[in-house]
Design a protein around this ligand. Structure first.
Ligand SMILES: [Zn+2]
Length: 87
């Protein structure tokens, strides 16, 4: 469960940065709540508050529709930091 260790601290990253609106084009903001396979991280792992988790979910789904992030990642394509390819 190495994945879990990244999310030790239990606070909402979006509240900390005082984010009121999460832009689906802002992948740096979204990647807090995405796993390395571009799945939406559950709230119990990210520590997001309910309000921001809902905003993140909507933003991620929009980003998928606009092909900014993939729906699924092939096992061969899994790399250490998938966001490097998107920049
Ligand atoms: Zn929050």
């Amino acid at each position: 469960m190495a994945e879990r260790r990244k999310f030790k601290k239990r606070f909402c990253k979006y509240c900390e940065q005082k984010v009121d609106f999460i832009d689906y084009k802002d992948l740096n903001g979204l990647k807090f709540s995405l796993s390395e396979r571009f799945k939406i991280m559950p709230r119990r792992l990210t520590g997001n508050c309910k309000r921001h988790q809902e905003l993140v979910t909507v933003a991620i789904k929009r980003a998928r529709q606009t092909a900014l992030i993939p729906y699924i990642v092939d096992r061969k394509n899994v790399v250490e930091s998938p966001f490097e390819n998107l920049r």
